[in-house]
Design a binder for this molecule. Structure first.
Ligand code: UDP
Ligand code: MG
Length: 315
């Protein structure tokens, strides 16, 4: 099998048929043998019914991994990569924001350039509010400072990977899967291809600002331990400051007989130190919570069923 398309779907009933059709059209003039691996990520609409119907009627190779509940897009990608059999695997959204025609271009790049292991699509110009762009830019600046690996701004999950790279990614068995980090952590040579994102074919985006914010935090905690050291740094800084202040106070009292203002200073200091301590405990808590979950070694996803329209049973 030349190519697998991994497609995480959450409430995409309106897009499934159109997606399969567009893929069929895109590849009809090529000799590439391909399969589509759909992951139904606990959709609450008719996505699964649509997928079932597609698997029964389509002449394309269709695999469906039906999750027992919503595990998130990252889990979907992991499941898809596990079940994909292609030499090349493309990760692509179901909503047709990412035109499958780009996959053809990606295949050509990998075919013609032995030295690259993946092609990453990135948006040159973002089509979103300036506030969101600012938030995303800040996130990239922060995480690149704090982490040893490189996060490329605008790089999406839309990418084509060689088998060697997929096997490496599957070696990482962590529960919290921040894809962007995992992709760069494994290394390899990435080719960055600009692409233009389209409007959603149907339905709406699942990303609210709050979800994005949590996702950003997860990225930082998963791929950097710098925030943990923050406590030490702030601690040293505050201790030094208070020492200097102590010396100043003693000098004022002994040499200038200045009355030291009483409770205001104390209250301010208690609040300041209390706040810093809470912040640091909170940061430690973030890491501890993740360590706790990771040590349970729970599976990244649970599949209720796996459908493969070309075989009776999945591999
Ligand atoms: N998705 C998923 N599980 C989720 C949320 C999203 O599998 O919990 C899928 C969704 O169906 C789509 C892709 O991930 O195919 C990207 O989601 P979306 O279009 O909402 O994100 P956006 O394009 O707005 O960044
Ligand atoms: Mg989308």
């Amino acid at each position: 099998m030349k190519l697998s398309l991994v497609v995480p779907c959450y409430n995409e009933a309106g897009n499934i048929d159109l997606f399969a059709e567009t893929v069929a059209q895109t590849f009809q003039d090529t000799v590439y043998e391909y399969e589509i691996v759909f992951i139904n990520d606990g959709s609450k609409d008719k996505t699964m019914a649509k997928l079932r119907h597609l698997a029964q009627t389509s002449s394309q190779n269709i695999k469906i991994i039906n999750f027992s509940r919503n595990f998130g897009k990252e889990a979907g990608i992991y499941a898809g990569l596990q079940k994909a059999e292609g030499d090349y695997v493309a990760i692509i959204d179901a909503d047709l924001q990412q035109d499958p025609r780009y996959v053809l271009k990606m295949i050509q790049i990998l075919d013609n350039h032995e030295e690259y292991d993946s092609v990453v699509a990135y948006q040159e110009t973002r089509k979103e509010s300036s506030f969101l762009t600012f938030f995303k830019n800040t996130f990239y600046r922060l995480i690149n400072k704090m982490s040893d690996i490189e996060f490329v701004q605008g790089a999406s999950d839309f990418r084509l990977l060689r088998r060697t790279m997929i096997d490496a990614i599957l070696e990482l068995k962590e529960y919290y899967r921040f894809s962007k980090g995992i992709f760069s952590w494994v290394g390899f040579n990435n080719y960055y291809m600009p692409y233009e994102i389209k409007a959603r074919a149907s339905g709406q985006s699942k990303w609210s600002f709050w979800k994005l914010f949590k996702y950003a935090m997860e990225g930082i905690v998963s791929f950097s331990t710098v925030p943990l050291r923050l406590a030490t740094i702030i601690g040293i800084f505050v201790s030094l400051l208070s020492l200097i202040y102590l010396i100043v106070v003693i000098f004022q009292k002994i040499f200038f007989a200045i009355e030291i203002p009483g409770y205001a200073t104390i209250v301010t200091l208690i609040l300041l130190i209390g706040g810093i301590q809470l912040l640091c405990i909170g940061i430690i808590g973030e890491y501890l919570a993740r360590t706790y979950v990771e040590t349970k070694k729970r599976p990244v996803y649970i599949a209720r069923e796996i459908i493969n329209n070309k075989k009776d049973n999945d591999k």
